[in-house]
Design a binder for this molecule. Structure first.
Ligand code: ATP
Length: 327
């Protein structure tokens, strides 16, 4: 049974804006899933609905098979780490770690044991009686993570938890998050706009745009088989061109301006119903050479040079992928 299940989830804000549309996702126990997409695509809204900080307009949210739509945040057994999270400045590291547990009215002994266990796991034992002002940025981030870990939740929601950090602290935090995941075997849903971060951390990545899931897959599946123009363009720095699919001398070719490129048998087979139609061609920047010199006799046109075996082709209306490189 999926530990976290979102079925046909929709979010309409009070001003009428539909931020999340028919969102379907099953997350298995111990999975590390990343929600990836540009700013405003609805990632935080999804996370906040799971945490109970935002109402769900329609659809069902289940944790371990139980419908959770109307269950109070504190009863969802979820720990959330927000971007820009801060520590209580006047409290020691120990008290920062213990504060959430005190609200849950656990015994002093239970709180002490959980705080010390978490501090040991995150190597914070030596700084338990220090205040945040004395800590390095990396230590502060570890304490922020510690406040979530100490709750022993099954599910962790992390909202761009690393976005504001320097690169060297970020890589230290990647390791720490992976350590939490491997050692504790927790289920993690992690939100980011950063493609490299998603690829490095996720067992599966959910790519979102405008409140809609554009593709769900492992990093390898997404890289090797992007389902549509958006995913390909978002994962790989790509340039897109309108090209025409034409039949010449019995062969299917693509035409850009005055140039015609014959396609491989496999590429042509996939485009057999596209004769005469305009489609999108995508080329990774790294596979593209541009000449800015004068080209031709009359026009000052930038010429692009590419290898036809490295192009992606997409349906112009649905934007679905038709042809992948090496097809
Ligand atoms: P970011 O990381 O920039 O926040 P995001 O993908 O997490 O991006 P959300 O914060 O989920 O996006 O916002 C999704 C959309 O919903 C955005 O267009 C945002 O402006 C809109 N939105 C968010 N909160 C509200 C609200 N309370 N009322 C109306 N619209 C909202």
């Amino acid at each position: 049974m999926a530990v976290l299940s979102l079925e046909h989830i929709q979010k309409i804000y009070p001003n009428g804006f539909e931020a999340v549309k028919n969102f379907n996702l099953q997350i298995e126990e111990k999975e590390f899933v990343v929600l990836l997409g540009p700013s405003g695509c609805g990632k935080s809204t999804v996370l906040r609905m799971i945490a109970g900080l935002e109402t769900i307009s329609s659809g069902e949210l289940k944790i371990d098979g139980q419908i959770m739509n109307n269950v109070d945040t504190k009863d969802r057994e979820i720990a959330m780490i927000f971007k820009n999270a801060v520590l209580y400045p006047n409290m020691t590291v120990y008290d920062n770690l213990a504060s959430g547990l005190r609200l849950c009215r656990l015994s002093k002994k239970e709180i002490d044991s959980r705080v010390r266990e978490t501090a040991k796991f995150l190597e914070l034992e030596d700084i338990l009686d220090q205040k945040p002002e004395k800590l390095s940025e990396g230590q502060k981030q570890s304490v922020i993570r510690g406040r979530a870990i100490v709750r022993n939740s099954k599910i962790y929601l992390m909202d761009e938890a690393l976005s504001n950090l320097e690169d060297n602290i970020k890589s230290q935090m990647y390791e720490e998050i992976q350590k939490i995941h491997e050692k504790q075997g927790d289920t993690i849903l992690y939100v980011t706009e950063n493609q490299a971060e998603a690829m490095a951390l996720g067992d599966r990545i959910v790519v979102m745009k405008d409140g809609v899931i554009k593709q769900i897959g492992s990093p390898t599946e997404l890289k090797e088989n992007p389902a549509n123009r958006f995913v390909a363009g978002y994962l790989f720095d790509m340039e897109f061109y309108d090209v025409k699919c034409v039949r010449e001398g019995g062969n299917i070719c693509i035409k850009t301006g005055t140039n015609t490129f014959p396609l491989s048998e496999k590429q042509a087979e996939k485009l057999k119903d596209y004769g005469g139609q305009t489609i999108y061609m995508g080329i990774r920047q790294s596979d593209l050479k541009k000449s800015t010199e004068k080209s031709g006799k009359k026009n000052n046109i930038a010429e692009i040079v590419f290898d036809i075996s490295k192009v992606y082709l997409f349906d112009k209306d649905t934007e679905e992928t038709l042809v992948l490189p090496e097809d």
